[in-house]
Every structure is written in structure tokens, then in C-alpha cells.
Design a protein. Structure first.
Length: 149
């Protein structure tokens, strides 16, 4: 059985990590599943001011690759899906389909997180790690969480 890599956040960093993982390990050895809350993946956040300022007219120009392009690379991309719970000890994530409001659980072997740090800390289920210590300090200073959403 292939290991499953879960990517949370489908922006340029998340999809770059997915592509690099695919180059290193084939689909028989590693299943790659990416969840993105919005409708866009592999987009250039750096270009957003140019879109807002009217220098870029078509927002699709900010998208380097589409979900179909990733499917051709055996990377399963699910847009309009939000990871709401990560339970590393149980080896699963819970995901909500944004438009339908339905939830599903997915097995987790390896995970990479490319989203807002405060939001990330709010959905981890009891994870304690030396890699999270600095992030936890930030979270303790701002316990109200991310108010931008």
C-alpha cells in the first residue's frame, strides 16, 4: 500500500512541494492529495496587488497550473475543500467540502501544511512537537486566533 502525503493549502508553495514529492516518488509508492479552500491552486500571491491594481485583467493569469495539470501528474487536488481537523496520532484528517458542507475523513501518513499558522494551530488535535514550539509561542500571544477570515 502506498503512503499518503496530505498537502494543506494549494498555493504556489504547497503545489511546488507536491510536484517535488511526485518527482522523487512515483504514484505506486506515494499518493499525493492536496486540499485548497479556494477555487485556485498554484497561484502567485505576489501577483495579487497587480490584479487589484488593474495591471492584470484576468485573475487566471496568476495561476501557474490548473488542477487538471496536476491530475496528469497523479496529484489529486481538491479545491473548495477545507481541512478542519488534523489528528496525527489517529493518522487522519477531516475535510469539509466548502459548497456542500459535507465532511469526510482521510488517512494521513505524511503531511505538509502551507496555510495560515494561527489557523493551523487551531485545527491540530493535541499535537505537541519541538518543531511547533515557536509557533505555539506566537499563538499564546494572540489567543483570539486569526480575525481576517
Amino acid at each position: 500500500m502506498a503512503e499518503r502525503l496530505i498537502i494543506v493549502g494549494g498555493d504556489a508553495a504547497g503545489m511546488s512541494a507536491a510536484s517535488q514529492a511526485r518527482r522523487r516518488r512515483g504514484p505506486d509508492d506515494l499518493e499525493i492529495l492536496a486540499f485548497e479552500r479556494s477555487s485556485f491552486v498554484s497561484y502567485s500571491a505576489c501577483g495579487e496587488p497587480y490584479y487589484v491594481g488593474g495591471y492584470i485583467i484576468d485573475i487566471n493569469q496568476l495561476q501557474a497550473r490548473t488542477p487538471a495539470a496536476f491530475k496528469a501528474m497523479d496529484i489529486d487536488v481538491r479545491t473548495q475543500h477545507e481541512v478542519i481537523t488534523i489528528a496525527p496520532r489517529e493518522g487522519k484528517v477531516t475535510v469539509r467540502a466548502v459548497q456542500q458542507g459535507t465532511e469526510e475523513s482521510s488517512a494521513l501518513h505524511v503531511m505538509l501544511f502551507f496555510e495560515n499558522l494561527i489557523r493551523a494551530l487551531s485545527i491540530f488535535n493535541g499535537l505537541r512537537s519541538r518543531y511547533c514550539q515557536r509557533a505555539l509561542l506566537v499563538y499564546q500571544r494572540f489567543p483570539e486566533g486569526d480575525k481576517t477570515q
